[in-house]
Design a protein around this ligand. Structure first.
Ligand SMILES: Cc1cc2nc3c(=O)[nH]c(=O)nc-3n(C[C@H](O)[C@H](O)[C@H](O)COP(=O)(O)OP(=O)(O)OC[C@H]3O[C@@H](n4cnc5c(N)ncnc54)[C@H](O)[C@@H]3O)c2cc1C
Length: 307
């Protein structure tokens, strides 16, 4: 039985710590809960919005006139390195749980906040690997039609920070199946610790942000060449880091109200105090304009901006 709450403040449920109240809210822990929430919303003509870990979200200060269903709960089974996880399961929790049993290979994803469902939806990745490299198949429910389907990896249309589920938000991922290698518990723990240390060094951890605000754009050849020469690294898929463009456009450290383009990682828009969603959106627009004027390159959001 769903517990539908009214007028719930969303800011504390996001890593940005920004956002107003939603009219109706429910935590969901199973496919049946989702179905119940869908019927509840349909009966009352209320819009349905899906969130999970809240680590890639900007919620408006004016709040939402909707039912927000939040996918929560660490629920999974594992056998011989094959994991079948409820999509609301925290990704780092799963990496550690599998590691303790001697299975891994995906420790470079350690420390990415949020759930495994959210990670699949945005094909989350860090330091090379992406969640698509470990996902065998996914189960999803279409909240518009009620259809439930399994998607094999090749049907998920994975690419850089993209999947089928980003284009078709009516499909809510309910279960994620992952295959891991046998690595040994100590080796897995060490690899995860190394990743966290690297993330801390790069100021990627524990900040009031939504991770990288913009995606790394595909850039014209002369800009790719400039980046490769300056940094001494090869561009992947002709993309250049948005953070590099933002810095070159003079926007590192730029701020609007309490929203600031991080000094350490300019593609992180950080809430340094009481930032509002309007502060973030105005700063994002200033950054986008500066990068467009300097490089003729258009930045697009990685973070989901709810409205
Ligand atoms: C400090 C910090 C560091 C970060 N570092 C990284 C990084 O290194 N690499 C990286 O890729 N990302 C990074 N991120 C971004 C974020 O952690 C990932 O995008 C994460 O996968 C989002 O998952 P979530 O559960 O928090 O999704 P949410 O933020 O709750 O939701 C994001 C979007 O996904 C949709 N969604 C969520 N769950 C589902 C589901 N089950 N089915 C369908 N749609 C769903 C929501 O509707 C929403 O549109 C970072 C974020 C922060 C705050």
């Amino acid at each position: 039985m769903l517990n539908i709450q009214e007028n719930v403040l969303l800011a504390p449920l996001t890593t940005f710590q920004i956002g107003g109240t939603v009219r109706y809210f429910a935590d969901v822990r199973s496919e049946n809960d989702i179905k119940e929430a869908v019927l509840w919303a349909r009966d009352r003509g209320v819009r349905l919005v899906v969130i999970s870990g809240g680590s890639n979200l900007l919620v408006p200060d004016s709040g939402l006139d909707a039912l927000v269903m939040r996918l929560v709960g660490n629920l999974y089974s594992m056998s011989k390195g094959k994991i079948d996880a409820w999509s609301g399961t925290n990704l780092f929790f799963l990496i550690r749980a599998a590691g303790v049993l001697g299975f891994g290979g995906w420790e470079k994803l350690a420390g990415i906040p949020g759930t495994i469902g959210g990670a699949v939806r945005g094909n989350a990745g860090a330091f090379g690997p992406e969640i698509k490299n470990f996902t065998t198949h996914v189960r999803a429910l279409n909240v518009a039609t009620g259809e439930v389907r399994e998607f094999q990896n090749h049907e998920c249309d994975f690419s850089y920070r993209h999947s089928f589920f980003k284009d078709y938000p009516e499909w809510v991922i309910t279960r994620v199946h992952v295959r891991l290698q046998q690595v040994g518990a100590a080796e897995s723990a060490r690899a995860a610790e190394e990743t966290i240390a690297e993330r801390e060094k790069r100021h990627l951890q524990n900040v009031r942000a939504a991770g990288s605000y913009f995606m790394n754009p595909v850039a014209p050849p002369h800009i790719v060449e400039m980046f490769e020469k300056e940094k001494g690294v090869k561009s992947r898929e002709n993309r250049v880091p948005a953070g590099w463009l933002i810095e070159k456009a003079g926007m590192k450290g730029a701020s609007v109200g309490d929203a600031k383009a991080s000094d350490q990682h300019p593609n992180y828009i950080v809430n340094t105090g009481e930032a509002t969603s309007d502060d973030v959106l105005e700063l994002a627009e200033n950054i986008r304009r500066a990068v467009r004027e300097k490089f003729g390159v258009e930045l697009s959001e990685e973070a989901a901006v709810l409205s």
